[in-house]
Design a protein around this ligand. Structure first.
Ligand SMILES: [Zn+2]
Ligand SMILES: [Zn+2]
Length: 269
């Protein structure tokens, strides 16, 4: 089994554990070919807000230096990519685009955790029912920017609400849009671990993947590692086994995103 993972956190987000190098060693031990780091992104807030779940802006240089030096050090053993997991925050997207260009970021993944910004605090993993439409809108608008290599844990809203007709309609919209834009959807393995531990089904959710099968979406396994042992090969293979049952195209790589090109189109708008 050739393994790849583009969803890896570091301790800078304050809820992941271990040294950066320990994630790399774990990935090599578990025979990954590619390891992409995608810690929860920094943002340049207009307010003095300090988020408790992501790196601060002044921690970014340390993150970059660490990942790029590990990339060099282990280049004979594993390919390392340099990314971030970011939300879609409309008022800060132009800043993020410039930042991705300036810092030569390989890719972002869309982790749609908050509406508008986390300064206001509507977390989609724990939100009221009247926010579900915002959740689907943000997923779609985010994907439309072209800035994200894939949509992480597309069923995050199931942490807040049980499956119903409105949620099903929203998932159809997500899958249809992802298909149209050729963006993979993530089969999230941290969620799979949680489902198994709690004996519940939040995400990944079978009904969601049936919808993705209907649209023949591209799918990608994301370990969402918050500690080095989350890169466990058996877990990866279990996820691959589950995902293989659906009529989706499992992809094992993502392209480097051309943020310069996006910027040119951004200015035309
Ligand atoms: Zn996290
Ligand atoms: Zn994540």
């Amino acid at each position: 089994m050739s393994r790849v993972n583009f969803h890896t956190h570091t301790s800078r987000c304050k809820h992941a554990y271990g040294k950066d190098e320990e994630y790399v060693i774990s990935a090599i031990e578990n025979q990954y070919k590619i390891l992409g780091f995608s810690d929860h992104s920094c943002w340049k807030y207009n307010t003095g807000f300090v988020s408790g779940m992501r790196m601060r802006l002044n921690e970014f240089d340390g993150y970059k230096n660490s990942i790029l030096s590990l990339k060099e050090k282990y280049k004979d053993y594993i390919e390392i990519r340099f990314g971030m997991e970011a939300e879609y925050f409309p008022k800060y997207m132009e800043w993020m685009l410039d930042f991705c260009i300036k810092e030569d970021i390989d890719y972002l993944i869309l982790g749609n955790h908050y509406n508008k910004s986390d300064e206001l605090g509507c977390y989609y993993g724990h939100c009221s029912y009247n926010r579900i439409n915002d959740y689907f809108e943000d997923c779609i608008k985010g994907m439309e920017t072209g800035m994200y290599a894939y949509l992480a844990h597309p069923e995050l809203i199931l942490r807040s609400h049980r499956w119903d007709e409105n949620i099903e309609i929203g998932f159809h919209r997500i899958c249809q849009k992802a298909k149209e834009l050729d963006i993979p959807l993530e089969y999230n393995v941290l969620g799979l671990q949680m489902n198994m531990r709690m004996n519940k089904e939040m995400y990944p959710h079978k009904k969601f993947w049936k919808i993705a099968s209907f649209y023949h979406n591209k799918a990608i396994i994301g370990m969402d590692a918050h500690q080095p042992r989350d890169l466990d090969a058996e877990l990866y293979d279990l996820a691959f086994y589950h995902l293989s049952k659906y009529d989706v195209e499992i992809v094992k790589d993502i392209p480097k995103i051309d943020y310069q090109k996006i910027k040119k189109n951004f200015n035309k708008k």
